[in-house]
Write a protein that binds this ligand. Structure first.
Ligand SMILES: Cc1cc2nc3c(=O)[nH]c(=O)nc-3n(C[C@H](O)[C@H](O)[C@H](O)COP(=O)(O)OP(=O)(O)OC[C@H]3O[C@@H](n4cnc5c(N)ncnc54)[C@H](O)[C@@H]3O)c2cc1C
Length: 373
């Protein structure tokens, strides 16, 4: 009997647990550890902030959902992973102490490195959780004009909520009969951004212009005060409403043991096995692949990792491989919604536009919830 441990109850961890529960022989034990007992559907947080759905519509109870699938759920904080000893240290929650494993899937997502931008914590809104989205909702309620800055800090790896927030704000102001300046801020010059980001920005430019949304590229935010954003090269931008994606880093549970790159992301191969160790896989925002960090990537990586873990356990070669693709919908709220697909290890890019794609995104959200909760 093998003891399989999964760390993280987000897209990566949940999908890995479900695939393992479906395919592993029943004598093997599957345990999922996460600090929260709820799964949150992050792509819906923009709609939550704009009052288009309620918090309980976009999350569900993980403990119950996992029990239905013969997965033991432990709510706890993962403090440390020791791959050499096959042990994980947990604190607080249901269990405190050490937990041993035979096989591990590491899916702890990203850490918000807000300390890298002084003033972020005090002055910026973000959308990286239900509570943060509800605070931004309150700020939107109180915003009736001025300058709204929506964007990314250096090291942020998530473009979709930036664009969706800018579009939703433009529509909200139009509905209220109010006016404001909206600027989308990107840290890099378009030529220096990662390929997916540049192509996505190009595809969205006409729709942003149609909404009167300005784009300010090459503005790496270094510091935030109560009224201004300051860039690396000393530029200053005044704001009245601020929503930013903070810098991301890998979670700290694997720090300083040589399995991560300089930003804390876990090094894996295309089978999702962690390099330079054994019986360990990593998936989702926690891994070091280039480009944006996205939920559909976490899901695909979890499927690959689960497939290969089962093969390894059964003594077969790992034959599932991950292809790094970016596939997303930016919901503009109307006919300028786009579907964007790019092979990040190749050249093909495709873009489709239309009201239909916003609808597809909302339907996918409902489908995901119905399937997994
Ligand atoms: C506002 C917003 C909009 C987005 N829109 C899209 C979109 O349109 N399309 C798309 O594909 N992606 C989108 N994403 C990105 C997507 O949500 C992430 O890529 C995805 O959540 C990554 O899944 P994950 O399982 O790797 O990490 P996460 O979802 O972050 O899950 C990590 C899990 O680990 C737990 N955890 C972390 N650290 C610890 C610890 N030390 N101890 C115990 N538990 C811990 C967390 O509680 C969480 O349950 C969006 C994200 C946001 C924030």
């Amino acid at each position: 009997m093998a003891n399989v441990l999964i760390l993280g109850g987000g897209f990566g961890g949940v999908v890995a647990a479900e695939r393992l529960a479906e395919t592993l022989a029943p004598e093997h034990k599957i345990t999922l550890v996460s600090r929260s007992s709820r799964f949150t559907f992050y792509p819906a947080l923009v709609r939550l902030a704009f009052g288009k759905c309620e918090a309980e519509d976009i999350s569900y109870d993980l403990r119950e959902a996992m029990l239905d699938r013969r997965v033991r759920f432990i709510q706890a904080e993962v403090v440390r992973v020791d791959p050499a000893a096959h042990k994980v240290t947990l604190a607080g929650g249901d269990v405190a102490g050490e937990l041993e494993y035979d096989y591990l899937i590491y899916a702890l997502g990203r850490r918000l490195a807000t300390e890298e931008v002084p003033g972020f914590f005090e002055h910026a809104h973000h959308l990286l959780g239900v509570a943060a989205a509800l605070r931004f909702k309150e700020a939107l309620h109180n915003f009736h004009g001025g300058h709204a800055c929506i964007g990314s800090c250096p090291g942020a790896r998530l473009d979709v909520p930036v664009y969706e927030t800018a579009f939703a704000l433009s529509r909200l102001l139009a509905e209220r009969g109010e006016e404001a300046r909206i600027t989308v801020i990107a840290p890099e010059h378009p030529a220096g951004a990662h390929p997916g980001s540049t192509d996505l920005a190009r595809a969205l430019r006409p729709a942003l212009e149609a909404h009167g949304i300005k784009i300010l590229s090459d503005f790496p935010i270094r510091k935030i005060t109560a009224e201004h954003l300051l860039s690396d090269d000393g530029l200053k931008l005044e704001y009245d409403l601020l929503m930013l994606v903070p810098p991301f880093e890998g979670a700290s549970a694997l720090a300083d043991i040589g399995l991560t790159n300089q930003h804390g992301y876990v090094r894996v191969d295309q089978t999702m096995r962690v390099c330079d160790t054994e019986r360990m896989y990593a998936v989702g925002d926690a891994v070091y692949f280039s480009g944006p960090k996205m939920g559909h990537m976490a899901v695909r990586q979890a499927e690959v990792a689960a497939g290969n873990l089962v093969a390894e356990l059964e003594g077969r070669p790992a034959d599932a491989v991950y292809e790094h693709e970016m596939m997303l919908v930016v919901d503009e709220g109307g006919r300028d919604s786009i579907y964007f697909h790019k092979n990040l290890w190749g050249d093909e890019t495709s873009v489709r536009q239309g009201r239909f794609w916003g609808w597809v995104k909302r339907m996918r959200e409902r489908y995901f919830r119905a399937q997994h909760s």
